[in-house]
Design a protein around this ligand. Sequence first.
Ligand SMILES: Nc1ncnc2c1ncn2[C@@H]1O[C@H](COP(=O)(O)OP(=O)(O)OP(=O)(O)O)[C@@H](O)[C@H]1O
Ligand SMILES: Nc1nc2c(ncn2[C@@H]2O[C@H](COP(=O)(O)O)[C@@H](O)[C@H]2O)c(=O)[nH]1
Length: 223
Amino acid sequence: MSGPRPVVLSGPSGAGKSTLLKRLMKEYEGVFGFSVSHTTRNPRPGEEDGKGLNCLPMLLGATLLPVADVLSSVTSEDYHFVTKEKMQEGIDKDEFIENAEFSGNMYGTSKSSIEDVQAQNLICILDVDIQGVRNIKKTDLNPIYISIQPPSMEILEKRLRDRQTETEDSLQKRLEAARIDMELSKEPGVFDIVIVNDDLEEAYEKLKSVLIEEIEKVQDAQK
Ligand SMILES: Nc1ncnc2c1ncn2[C@@H]1O[C@H](COP(=O)(O)OP(=O)(O)OP(=O)(O)O)[C@@H](O)[C@H]1O
Ligand SMILES: Nc1nc2c(ncn2[C@@H]2O[C@H](COP(=O)(O)O)[C@@H](O)[C@H]2O)c(=O)[nH]1
């Protein structure tokens, strides 16, 4: 039996991908696994290196907490934070299914980050920019492609500013990338669905409705 289809979540920085993902992974604990990307950007306050399914055995071995507590501490946000040299080394060794430069930093999805999730028969979620979407389309991954879009550039800018994670320079770079993303996401056939994240509840319900078939398949297999 082939495993569940992976899900690619894309859309401008600040559109709300991580917010929606966190809810989804909380409501459907044990159904999704996040593909922990590599990046050369600096960690934000609270972000930890590689706190994803890749290091689950290590987390489980190092804690006296129940497995469920460890699993719920695995968020959809963190990365493997690496130097440019280390990242380039991995790319040269063909360890990445895709990689891209975004806002002056390198990002990439390692093959093992996907394999680790798929080995557990979980729905693998990839959070990648539009370049990642294009590159994944050249592979045989066959994911469901979902774009999360903001209601407008103005609202996106406000969300990014309020999040307080960016310098003025990185914020401007992200807004520029967002303009391109918003144009490209309108191209027919790029995404299976484009969800405008205006009202969070409505956006979340739409996201769930697109994924419910795959979710139920995983839940049935776990019975
Ligand atoms: N529907 C919404 N209404 C208002 N604020 C929202 C909504 N969705 C998300 N936000 C807020 O917008 C900010 C950006 O959201 P989030 O960090 O989830 O975006 P993202 O797409 O994951 O960004 P990045 O790609 O940079 O990681 C957060 O502070 C979040 O709380
Ligand atoms: N092509 C890829 N894009 C990725 C990957 N991981 C994250 N991203 C995208 O980068 C931007 C910025 O993310 P942030 O965490 O610095 O705010 C965002 O659009 C992500 O979707 C990846 O492995 N490959």
